[in-house]
Design a protein around this ligand. Structure first.
Ligand code: COS
Length: 386
């Protein structure tokens, strides 16, 4: 399994594994039960250098490659997907967008604060009426004498309640469709930025999710990533990194399901024997091992391509599609192995299922990943009328 990893990568992984076991696993159940966004734990994650792990050291990051970053994310995902979401959004969506599209001044202004955890960031793309059709933004940006004024609404924005920096996607000229979009750097300590907590989610209950109303929110003249019209590309290129991170986190869920199921099946006795001795239980464990290995290999391939500067959108979508669906299947199997005990939160497997479920929705549904893969293979864009 580890034939491709360097000594440094193994060391980073072991450190992340121990950190997850000692700090994250312990708190996951209570945070889930209480819908508590654990800022103290976020600070510990930041202190480990896990926010902005792929950001070069000159901007306060750890300067790690994507493969190594994926190993960290896998471990955190095994512990708690709510915390993994913090790492994914901060690193893959916000920091990666700044790294790829920001000016030197923007990078120096924001990246050190984001990497240290002093500031949280959010990625405000989704709207109440705009999900998969991300180009169709209703939020509008209007130029003023001194900069930009933005009005609209965003929905299901992770970390939107705590973010100090919001990447806000808005339309500057509806006639230009996706070529009119821009990505604004919005500092949230202004009255027009009004987040509201979203509660009663099926899973990710320990994560911060917001509905945001934008009411004459201001952005500076140069407070934009790239140029006017680059917004859609900023979103898509950041999602290439975000989907990788979601996939890596889902490998962690798969592994967590496998570990929990092996342990439980050796402890649980039925018919006078440990249930691990039953072939039908072993089949479920073998299935989970297969899913976990396959998902991990797909994530590693996507990470390898990113680290070597090769095109990777299709491979990232393949990894995201497979790993997220595999996490749902593994969590379902793990509950089956645990029987009735798996249906209550004495064991982590019911939370794994609830947390895995959103991963086939956010950062592009499974259907969107299939469209991306299908168009790459056929050369035909299903969204353009024939
Ligand atoms: N990186 C950089 N640029 C990209 C890109 C990528 N991965 N993918 C597409 N682009 C560019 C294209 O090159 C094209 O550029 P031009 O305008 O110069 O031609 C432009 O973006 C439009 O691309 P495309 O034609 O592929 O857009 P479509 O509207 O056909 O399809 C999909 C876009 C459906 C793939 C996209 O809207 C999508 O991913 N939707 C899901 C959104 C999502 O994940 N939402 C959840 C957010 S949770 S944070």
């Amino acid at each position: 399994m580890d034939f491709e990893l360097t000594d440094e990568q193994r060391l980073v992984r072991e450190t992340a594994r121990a950190f997850t076991d000692n700090e994250i696993v312990e708190r996951a159940r209570e945070n889930d039960r209480n819908e508590h966004f654990d800022l103290e734990l976020v600070a510990k994650i930041a202190a480990q250098g896990y926010l902005g792990a792929i950001v070069p050291q000159q901007y306060g990051g750890a300067g790690l490659d994507y493969l190594t970053y994926g190993l960290i994310v896998e471990q955190i995902g095994r512990g708690d997907s709510a915390m993994r979401t913090v790492v994914s959004v901060q690193t893959s969506l916000v920091c990666s967008a700044l790294l790829r599209w920001g000016t030197e001044e923007q990078k120096q202004r924001y990246l050190p604060k984001l990497c240290s955890g002093e500031w949280l960031g959010c990625f405000a793309l989704t709207e109440p009426d705009t999900g998969s059709d991300a180009a169709n933004q209703r939020t509008r940006a209007r130029r003023t004498d001194s900069g930009w004024v933005i009005n609209g609404a965003k929905m299901f924005i992770s970390m939107g309640n705590h973010a100090k920096l919001a990447l806000v996607f808005a339309q500057t000229d509806p006639e230009k469709a996706h070529r009119g979009l821009a990505c604004f750097l919005v500092e949230t300590d202004q009255p027009g930025y009004q987040p509201q907590e979203v509660h009663h989610k099926l899973g990710l209950r320990g994560s911060d999710t917001a509905a945001i109303s934008l009411d004459d929110v201001e952005a500076a003249e140069d407070g934009m990533l790239g140029e006017i019209g680059d917004g859609f590309k900023v979103a898509m290129s950041s999602l290439d990194s975000g989907r990788y991170s979601v996939a890596a986190g889902c490998v962690g869920i798969c592994q967590g399901c496998l570990d929990a199921s092996i342990k439980y099946s050796k402890e649980r006795q039925q018919f006078g024997r440990q249930i691990a001795s039953f072939q039908l239980v072993q089949e479920m464990i073998a299935d989970m091992a297969l899913e976990t290995d396959a998902a991990r290999m797909l994530v590693w391939r996507a990470g390898y391509l990113k680290d070597h500067g090769k095109p990777n959108t299709t491979e990232t979508s393949i990894a995201k599609l497979f790993a997220t669906e595999a996490a749902v299947r593994c969590a379902n199997q793990a509950i089956q192995v645990h029987g009735g005990s798996g249906y209550v939160d004495d064991y982590p497997v019911e939370r794994y299922l609830r947390d895995a479920r959103v991963t086939t929705l956010y950062e592009g549904t499974s259907q969107i990943q299939k469209l991306i893969i299908g168009r790459a293979l056929t050369g035909v864009n299903a969204l353009i009328p024939a």
